[in-house]
Design a protein around this ligand. Structure first.
Ligand code: UD1
Ligand code: CA
Length: 489
């Protein structure tokens, strides 16, 4: 009977600055597909174990920890500080107290390999454990590259057995010819790792403690070192420069769009110029035009059309929604059959109920537009609740800010707000009422009432719509309020 496999620890190296990024921001915090590089690695690693993942932090430790917690949750990771960045070997050494006696198998992975898949890491661990029927001391993931410049080379002996890893800067001309490189992803028996690590010296071109010396040391000790040669070089390559970051962004985007076209039935007019986050969902028979950005956890229903230049971030869009050109929709909710834009701006929990429409140069913030209501031109709705079948005339503004506080505007059902109305909040416009063009509404408007002027005053009662009449029978209180309004000036 075979022993149960040793527990798995995962260690992610994320203390470096990433000099080649030429950035004030630590490399692992740079974003790919809208998420920090480290978050991508954490997600793949977390699929392998339910135990907390160890993360070595140093440069901008606090921000890196925040990014990791955002991905893994409060208890998903434990952090170890590498005080001075003296190389990848030194980084792992920082975890010695936490791990050296664990008797575990450990997966060590750089924080800058965002495309690595959990399946690949799982296969590496499996080979490590199965090596020669008893498991290896170390298994490293390698790939062959046409241009291996910059990477650690895998040096094998005449029989093709692993000998050592040589870093680019320390490699001889002959070693530099080697196309098989170290991907920076390894599996170790934890005890063997720390025993070899204690013997690593910074006697190399960079004066660093190289983790890459460990496999060679183990090999010299006569331990089993195994190589997991992976076919997909892109998947496991690290990002070192912004050129590579842009290249990865393109790959990730292609993966996402391909999946949406093949599995979800989405049409992209020009996939090379469309940007959809990996988390977003887009429904069947949607048509997405060029230069559309769909970001974060956005969910889009079926049969929508999104025209060029639009950005939708962390929003929910229903079915059969038409979003015309150049709209920005952030943290908002749009129900079935709405039309939006061109050039509309929905933000901070703007809500459009079924069949509502907003047109050009309309901004909605923390506001709701009820079923089949419309605000078609040049309008700001802030902190406003608009009922059903109401029309907001061109140029209407909710004056929601008095310089100190924000105030709410309520516009009930079947209201007609005249063009260029200023609604000075807090204010309420009762159902079936009308404001004249250019009104400045400073007081509540009762139902069934026409107001106009600056400030707006009551001009006349309007006959209630059938629907409103029925409602009013039940609600005589509102009627009394209406009668109590000042006579027109
Ligand atoms: C490393 C490998 C190289 C391999 C390549 C694959 C070494 C010495 N070399 O080189 O063989 O081909 O990865 O991408 O390991 N880090 C720390 N603390 C440090 C230094 C680095 O935490 O003191 C972290 C970095 O944040 C990064 C990772 O270790 O996430 C790798 O460091 P990096 O400088 O990118 O190593 P490479 O030069 O790419
Ligand atoms: Ca690297």
């Amino acid at each position: 009977m075979q022993d149960a496999p040793a527990t798995l620890d995962v260690l992610i190296l994320a203390a470096g600055l990433g000099t080649r990024m030429r950035s004030r921001t630590a490399k692992v915090l740079h974003k790919l597909g809208g998420r920090p590089l480290i978050a991508h690695v954490c997600r793949s690693a977390a699929a392998l174990t339910s135990r907390p993942i160890h993360v070595i932090v140093g440069h901008q430790a606090e921000q890196v920890e925040t990014a990791v917690r955002e991905e893994l949750g409060e208890h998903g990771a434990s952090f170890i500080t590498q005080v001075e960045q003296r190389g990848t070997g030194d980084a792992v050494m920082a975890a010695r107290d936490a791990l050296a006696d664990a008797g575990s198998t450990i997966l060590v992975i750089s924080g800058d390999v965002p495309l690595v898949r959990a399946e690949t890491l799982g296969a590496l661990i499996q080979q490590h454990r199965a090596h020669r029927g008893r498991g290896a001391a170390c298994t490293m993931l390698t790939v062959r590259l046409e241009d291996p410049t910059g990477y650690g080379r895998i040096v094998r002996d005449e029989e093709g057995r692993f000998q050592k890893i040589v870093e680019q800067k320390d490699a001889s001309a002959e070693e530099r010819q080697v196309k098989e490189i170290n991907a920076g992803i390894y599996c170790f028996e934890t005890r063997s790792l720390f025993s070899a690590l204690a013997r690593v010296q910074p006697a190399n071109a960079q004066g660093e403690y190289y983790l890459t010396d460990v496999p060679g040391i183990l090999r010299a000790d006569g331990e089993d070192v195994s190589i997991f040669l992976h076919a997909d070089a892109r998947e496991v390559s690290g990002i070192n420069t912004r050129v590579e970051l842009a290249e990865f962004e393109r790959i990730l985007r292609q993966r996402t769009l391909r999946r949406l076209m093949l599995d979800s039935g989405v049409t992209f007019i020009d996939p090379a110029h469309t940007y959809v986050s990996a988390e977003a969902q887009v429904g069947r028979d949607c048509v997405i035009y060029p230069d559309v950005h769909i970001e974060g956890n956005t969910v889009i229903g079926d049969d929508c059309e999104i025209r060029s230049g639009t950005r939708v971030t962390n929003s929910r869009i229903g079915n059969a929604v038409q979003i015309k050109d150049h709209c920005v929709i952030v943290d908002s909710e749009v129900a079935d059959g709405c039309t939006i834009g061109p050039s509309a701006h929905l933000r901070m929990n703007a809500k459009l109920e079924e069949g509502a429409a907003v047109g050009n140069f309309v901004e909605m913030k923390k506001s709701k537009l009820g079923r089949r209501s419309k605000a078609m031109h040049l309008t700001y709705l802030g902190d406003a609740t608009v009922g059903e079948k109401t029309n907001i005339g061109a140029g209407t503004i909710t004056c929601n800010y008095d310089g100190k506080n924000k105030h709410a505007t309520v516009i009930e059902d079947e209201v007609k707000i005249g063009s260029d109305t200023m609604l000075v909040a807090p204010v309420r416009v009762g159902r079936n009422s009308v404001t004249g063009a250019g009104s400045v509404v400073t007081k509540d408007v009762p139902p069934d009432t026409l107001v106009a002027g600056v400030p707006a005053t009551v001009k006349k009662r309007i006959s209630a719509s059938a629907e409103v009449k029925a409602e009013d029978k039940k609600d005589s209180e509102t009627r009394q309020e209406a009668d109590a309004v000042d006579a027109p000036a």
